[in-house]
Design a binder for this molecule. Structure first.
Ligand SMILES: [Zn+2]
Ligand SMILES: [Zn+2]
Length: 334
């Protein structure tokens, strides 16, 4: 028997905090599943939504798009996952399927997307509803807590890494060593790449964390690695890192910005871009990214570092992320 109501932590845009609310347990519509949340990761995008840096899409939305849970109810026609199956709910909650982007295998750029925890209520709650076509089966080797950060930090990190040349690049730089970078670092090292990790200047603890995960060099964002890089992946939301990263990549190299929001990029000399260097962004994910990423994890086991918080303590988790106090990823547990 499902309870009638549930705890949900919803955005209070006036105070820019999460407010504990009791809401009816949602019912799945056609093609949807109701998922009992076991763990939900805290992503920087949630901060951007909470802080109003992304325009509000839904009043008092429940954030959370790194959701791991169990299917407890199937909506009409939902047959993809059995009752009791473990699923992951990612940021891309639904794409239209008919726009020019969806029709050319770029549903990440869909003209009418629905994002989990932004357009649709997400996983900062005891239950969440998801379109089953956009859910993922998760690697059995990874428990709920450690799987949660894979759903965005892992997936977006993977897409960022791919757009940075994938395994073809020999030396890559990771700017901002948070949840995404700590996953990409393990992935890259396992495939023989050399990783340089850039943290806030003076963050020796973050640099030691990066080295413990296989980074060959770690330093502040004001330092230079010993050798030029083939690609730079920026996960911190700080525009000044773009010219800084450009200055570390070789001719023909690429700088990929993995975040959804970034402060303004300052003006910089053309010489930094000259030499066929590229700057590009990554937007969202496709289901194919997810299938490829989770298949890769069957061969390359990696371990996420997590700190768990009770769902009711979501504000603490969010504040810790904002203050840079999280090593790896923060995860909420109902
Ligand atoms: Zn579309
Ligand atoms: Zn995210």
């Amino acid at each position: 028997m499902l309870p009638e109501t549930m705890l949900a932590m919803a955005v209070d845009s006036a105070t820019r905090t999460l407010r504990a609310t009791r809401r009816p347990v949602p019912r799945p519509g056609a093609g949807e599943v109701l998922v009992q949340v076991r763990a939900c990761g805290v992503c920087r995008t949630d901060l951007h939504i909470l802080d109003g840096e992304l325009p509000p899409h839904r009043h008092a939305v429940v954030p959370g798009h790194e959701v791991v849970g169990e299917v407890v109810l199937q909506g009409p026609g939902a047959t993809r996952f059995a009752m009791g199956a473990r699923v992951g709910i990612p940021w891309l909650g639904r794409a239209c399927g008919t726009c020019p982007y969806c029709r050319t295998a770029r549903e990440n750029l869909c003209d009418a997307p629905q994002f989990t925890g932004y357009d649709r209520d997400g996983g900062y709650a005891e239950y969440a509803v998801a379109d089953e076509r956009f859910c993922f089966a998760l690697p059995a080797a990874c428990d709920d807590l450690h799987a949660a950060p894979l759903l965005c930090a892992g997936l977006i990190g993977f897409r960022t890494w791919r757009l940075a040349g994938g395994a073809v690049a020999r030396r890559i730089g990771l700017w901002g060593f948070g949840a995404a970078a700590h996953i990409v670092c393990q992935l890259a090292v396992a495939q023989g790449q050399e990783v340089a990790a850039f943290t806030r200047p003076g963050d020796t603890q973050g640099q030691a964390f990066a080295r413990s995960l296989g980074a060959g060099w770690a330093g502040g964002s004001d330092e230079r690695p010993p050798q030029d890089l083939d690609a730079a992946l920026i996960f911190a939301p700080a525009g000044p890192l773009v010219p800084a990263a450009l200055a570390t990549v070789r001719k023909g190299g690429v700088v990929v910005c993995g975040g959804i929001h970034m402060s303004d990029i300052p003006a910089f000399p053309y010489a930094l871009l000259w030499g066929e260097r590229e700057v590009r962004s990554v937007a969202n994910l496709t289901r194919a990214d997810g299938e490829d990423f989770f298949a890769l994890l069957e061969r390359i086991p990696l371990r996420t570092h997590v700190r768990s918080h009770a769902l009711a303590d979501a504000n603490t988790a969010v504040d810790d992320l904002r203050a840079g106090r999280v090593e790896g990823a923060a995860v909420l547990v109902p």
